[in-house]
Design a protein around this ligand. Structure first.
Ligand SMILES: Cc1cc2nc3c(=O)[nH]c(=O)nc-3n(C[C@H](O)[C@H](O)[C@H](O)COP(=O)(O)OP(=O)(O)OC[C@H]3O[C@@H](n4cnc5c(N)ncnc54)[C@H](O)[C@@H]3O)c2cc1C
Length: 228
């Protein structure tokens, strides 16, 4: 199965590790209302799937499962896990020593002038970038010194910045996933999590093309367009 590097830094990743179900299962979940079943996805089934999506008949989209292995900065994971209708298991820096992998933005952005939670433009200042890296280096050095002195991992990790990478398994169904995608692909969401949402949308569409094309059309979303 495919693996993407959404932040294009050679560290971030989204890997689709398991899929069960298909557009046909979604059509059949709806057809059971009439005691009917299809064995091959017909044009009629695709139209039915599209109708269900367009009219918010959501329950037929819950009889499937997609599991992804995600590697993202800790602050992206914090936003991600606010979504409660999914299952998660994450690496623990109580059990494992934290990796020396941190996210450094390729492009720094200014604080948005009007929208308090947003960013805009491109900030060019080599001195600030150098200080960002220096503070990571100092945090890593302190972390390692604390571990060497015998301090436990669960407390020493407190010195690490939120741009540190974390890993987790994210399992969902198409109903819950489309809700997540709608919120995290929107312009109001942070650029970094939007890159992950876009990668997930592209990967999931390979397995549920009728459903996700209908969803994208409904929400005026371009499935393959990269998000700015
Ligand atoms: C751009 C953006 C900015 C944000 N900023 C902040 C912020 O500043 N601070 C902050 O704390 N959060 C923030 N959030 C998180 C946001 O408030 C939601 O917690 C998050 O988007 C998850 O949405 P959700 O509850 O709809 O999704 P899920 O948790 O996946 O839930 C899906 C749906 O299930 C139902 N549901 C789930 N749990 C309950 C419940 N307990 N009661 C009733 N219905 C439930 C709701 O219909 C919900 O829409 C932000 C989110 C976005 C997208």
């Amino acid at each position: 199965m495919k693996k993407y590097d959404p932040l294009e830094d050679g560290i971030s990743s989204v890997e689709l590790i398991r899929v069960s179900g298909s557009d046909l299962d979604i059509a059949n979940a709806a057809r059971v209302s009439y005691g009917k079943i299809s064995y091959e996805l017909s044009e009629k089934d695709k139209k039915l799937v599209s109708f269900l999506m367009m009219h918010d008949h959501t329950s037929p989209f819950e009889h499937n499962q997609l599991s992804f292995r995600i590697k993202c900065p800790m602050f992206v994971a914090r936003q991600w896990m606010r979504h409660r209708m999914h299952s998660y298991n994450e690496i623990s820096y109580r059990y494992a020593q934290a990796p020396i992998e941190f996210y450094t933005p390729k492009k720094w952005r200014y604080q948005h002038q009007i929208n308090h939670q947003a960013s805009e433009g491109e900030f060019e200042n080599i001195e600030v970038k150098r200080k960002y890296q220096e503070s990571i280096d100092l945090a890593v050095k302190t972390y390692q010194e604390m571990l060497e002195s015998g301090i436990c991992r669960e407390l020493a990790r407190g010195v690490l910045p939120v741009c540190i990478y974390t890993q987790f398994i994210f399992t969902t169904n198409l109903h819950a996933l489309t809700h997540f995608l709608k919120l995290r692909l929107s312009e109001g969401a942070q650029w970094e999590i939007r890159q992950f949402a876009q990668a997930i949308l592209e990967m999931a569409t390979e397995y549920f093309p009728a459903s996700l094309q209908a969803w994208a059309e409904k929400n005026s979303i371009n499935i393959t367009k990269s998000v700015d």
